[in-house]
Design a protein. Structure first.
Length: 117
């Protein structure tokens, strides 16, 4: 949960909000096959509640007013991983900064699986 304070009050942005925003930005990237679970806790939730938990593969933290975003993805076999990761970082940073007016300090992308067709 990210809290933004302004003269009118407090704004709280949930991890579900960021998961939806980031998920939309990532799914439009060529070569991305889907999201992976970020940790064992999310893995258990995915087993119990189905594979489409809202925050699957997205973790957002705040550091001195800037955001650190951790992503866990699956990619398609045969694509250039470095190019895909660079594309994801650009799209996610733009989407988050445009929607929230918060600066993105870092985007860490973990490629957890390669999907073959």
């Amino acid at each position: 949960m990210i809290k933004i304070y302004n003269p009118q009050g407090k704004i709280i942005l949930s991890n579900d909000f960021f998961a939806g925003l980031v998920g939309n930005a990532i799914t439009s990237c060529y070569g991305v096959a889907g999201m992976s679970v970020a940790n064992a806790k999310d893995g258990m939730r995915a087993v119990m509640f189905g594979s489409d938990i809202p925050e699957k593969g997205v973790v957002v933290k705040e550091d001195e007013g800037q955001l650190i975003i951790d992503l866990h993805i699956k990619i398609t076999y045969g694509v250039n991983i470095a190019t895909i990761v660079d594309n994801i970082k650009e799209r996610v940073a733009y989407a988050v900064e445009h929607a929230t007016n918060l600066k993105v300090k870092a985007i860490n992308v973990s490629v957890d699986d390669i999907i073959t067709d």
